[in-house]
Ligand binder design. Structure first.
Ligand code: NAP
Length: 310
């Protein structure tokens, strides 16, 4: 079924970039639809705490912040529909998004589909997913009360989620392939000072072991020939993200790592099609920069429509 309405701005993805695009699109007086395959909020919604979003004093949960953004966009008239976009095509002077339940039409599109967790790609990872292997500490952390877990990765996500897991777990290892973390200093210090957290530097996971549930990991040294086994109840993988670009592959220019290339107005190589947030090539991936992208993309889209008299 085709949604007869032709939206001015069709936003695909309702994380911080999508919600902000919705807010700015609606406030520009443009009929704006935000489409999301899930409940919205993106990766923000599963982040246990946010303390570096300006204007938010102290700690706020990612879920709370995402809900506030959603309410604000809806308040100004943006629409939100839960439906999974499957295909994006360019028609003569509009875009068509075929989704699971309906087909939606937009004079412009803002791609705000974010990124998904990168997989380790080792034996046991897929087989034990949901059985001790997780990509979301906020979702699964509480199942590991008094258990022994490991987080893989050395970035902000790995270290912050290790701190979250330390609230429940008996012991938390951070397994990192180098001897230096990539995470912000303030977060690193918190982890170093947490008595439940210890570090396994210069190791990569070679295999996740367990029959029916995780019982440990086999590690391989990155600096020598060493190998070791660590018995564990859970493994949380935070080794970066892969941009969600399946809708635009072949339609817009991507960089060598698969991120969407945009100009200063966040327009892609396809006129009328914008990209915002983690899905695009950029220097800093944070909630605040995702929101800034949403604002820029919607403002650019509205201006583009005005220039065309649409
Ligand atoms: P990230 O910053 O890209 O870090 C990924 C980590 O995983 C790195 O330490 C990397 O090691 C390691 N890694 C990558 N591939 C690996 C592999 N195959 N095996 C083992 N280790 C591997 O990713 P992220 O932590 O998910 O963060 C994504 C973005 O969101 C970043 O820009 C981050 O700053 C931002 N973020 C910000 C906050 C915050 O400001 N509070 C919170 C969360 C995320 P190397 O260090 O050796 O490359």
């Amino acid at each position: 079924m085709v949604d007869e309405a032709l939206y001015d701005i069709l936003v695909i993805g309702a994380g911080p970039a999508g919600y902000t695009a919705g807010l700015y699109g609606a406030r520009a007086g443009r009929r704006t639809l935000m489409l999301d395959s899930g409940i919205g909020g993106g990766q923000l919604a599963t982040t246990f705490r946010i303390e570096n979003y300006p204007g938010v004093a102290g700690e706020v949960s990612g879920f709370e912040l995402a809900e506030t953004m959603k309410k604000q966009a809806l308040h100004f008239g943006a629409e939100l529909v839960q439906d999974e976009a499957l295909e994006l095509t360019v028609e003569e002077d509009y875009f068509q998004v075929r989704a699971r339940n309906k087909t939606y039409l937009g004079k412009t599109v803002i791609l705000a589909t974010g990124a998904s967790p990168r997989k380790l790609d080792v034996e046991g990872e897929e087989r034990l997913a949901g059985k001790g292997v997780s990509y979301c500490a906020t979702c699964d952390g509480a199942f590991f009360r008094d258990k022994k877990v490991a987080v893989v990765g050395g970035g902000n996500s790995a270290v912050e989620e290790a701190l979250f897991l330390a609230k429940f777990a008996r012991e938390v290892y951070i397994i990192h392939r180098r001897d230096q973390l990539r995470a912000d200093k303030v977060v690193q210090e918190e982890a170093v000072n947490n008595p439940k957290i210890s570090f396994l530097f210069n190791y990569v996971v070679d295999e996740i072991v367990g029959e029916g549930k995780v019982t440990g990991v086999k590690l391989k040294s990155t600096v020598g020939k060493g190998e070791r086994f660590v018995d564990l109840d859970g493994v949380f993988i935070y080794i970066g993200n892969i941009p969600n670009t399946s809708l635009v592959r072949g339609l817009v220019e991507l960089d060598e790592r698969g991120f969407v290339i945009t100009d200063e107005e966040l327009c892609t190589s396809q006129k009328g099609l914008y990209a915002a947030g983690d899905v695009r090539q950029k220097f800093l991936r944070q909630v605040v920069t995702a929101c800034a992208d949403g604002a820029t993309a919607a403002t650019s889209a509205a201006l583009y429509l005005s220039k065309r008299g649409a």
